[in-house]
Structures are given as structure tokens and as C-alpha cells.
Design a protein around this ligand. Structure first.
Ligand code: RTP
Ligand code: MG
Length: 147
């Protein structure tokens, strides 16, 4: 079972999209492993976006992601890393298909609502940056018991 790190960015939190976004991943059948509302410190933002350090939008990116609370999550599921990226849509909401999160909710590349890990390596790295091992909750869903 694969785990991925997903995060509702400050624009998504401000626009009350946490619930809609969580709903999509639950509907897909992925399982929530961890979640928290938090404000990202400068140093964590710089580390998280290290790969973009030389890009012209790096400063804007770091300043945006630290500008207000984010909703950080770990989700688990078969093929969840690539699957969640598909559900997010293209980086630029102008190019993201309808039906995707960015396609349905976004307009600007710098305010594209959600972050998702792009590979198994970045998923492991980002989960470790944002969560302690003890915050990751593994459990079996025996749904019939509750119905
Ligand atoms: P993310 O890391 O947030 O999940 O997005 P991504 O993989 O689809 O895109 P990535 O290439 O990793 O870029 C990280 C974030 O930088 C912002 N960006 N701005 N102004 C620009 O041209 C530009 N290009 C990228 C986006 O907010 C993107 O999510
Ligand atoms: Mg990325």
C-alpha cells in the first residue's frame, strides 16, 4: 500500500475547500493516515521547496505557502501517489481538466489549491518533513461492523 503527502495550500484553506478536497480522496477509497491544520515556518517551506530553489518563482512560492494555514495530510491507497496527482490535475489550473481539483477550483498557477508528492521518493521525504512517525495512524476498516 502506497502513501502520499497532500496539502491544501493557504488559498484552499481561505476558500473553505478543505472539506470538498478531503471528500474527493475519501470517495476515491484512499484512507486517511494523518492530517493537521498548521502554519508552515520559513525553514520548513524552504526545505520542502528545495528542488525549486533556482526557479524564478521560488521566493513567491515560499512566501505564499507560509502566508496562512495549510491542511497537511497523508493518504494511503493503491497507486495513491500518481492517483492523487491525476485527481489534482495539471500544475496550472488553466490547463487542468474539469473534474480535477485544480481544474474545478483554481485559476492561477501560483494559487493552485493543493500540493501532492510527485514520486515515491518525494512522498517519503515530505511525509517525514511534516509528520512524526507516531502521528501516522494505521488501521483496518471493517465497514460492515458499523452499518
Ligand atoms: P506541487 O509541488 O505544489 O504539488 O505542484 P506541482 O508538482 O504540480 O508543480 P511544481 O513544478 O512542483 O511547482 C511547485 C509549485 O510552484 C508554483 N509554480 N509557479 N509561476 C510559475 O510559473 C509557477 N510554476 C510553478 C505552483 O504553485 C506549483 O504548484
Ligand atoms: Mg511539485
Amino acid at each position: 500500500m502506497e502513501r502520499t503527502f497532500l496539502m491544501v495550500k493557504p488559498d484552499g484553506v481561505q476558500r473553505n475547500l478543505i472539506g470538498s478536497i478531503v471528500q474527493r480522496f475519501e470517495d476515491k477509497g484512499y484512507q486517511l493516515v494523518a492530517a493537521k491544520l498548521m502554519t508552515i515556518e520559513q525553514s520548513l517551506a524552504e526545505t520542502h521547496y528545495e528542488e525549486h530553489k533556482e526557479r524564478p518563482f521560488y521566493n513567491e512560492l515560499v512566501s505564499f505557502i507560509t502566508s496562512g494555514p495549510v491542511f497537511a495530510m497523508v493518504w494511503e491507497g493503491e497507486g495513491a501517489i500518481a492517483g492523487a496527482r491525476e485527481m489534482m490535475g495539471a500544475t496550472n489550473p488553466q490547463e487542468a481538466s474539469p473534474g480535477t481539483i485544480r481544474g474545478d477550483f483554481g485559476q492561477q498557477v501560483s494559487k493552485n489549491i493543493i500540493h501532492g508528492s510527485d514520486s515515491p521518493e518525494s512522498a517519503a521525504r515530505e511525509i517525514g518533513l511534516f509528520f512524526d512517525e507516531k502521528e501516522l495512524v494505521s488501521y483496518d476498516k471493517s465497514i460492515s461492523e458499523w452499518l
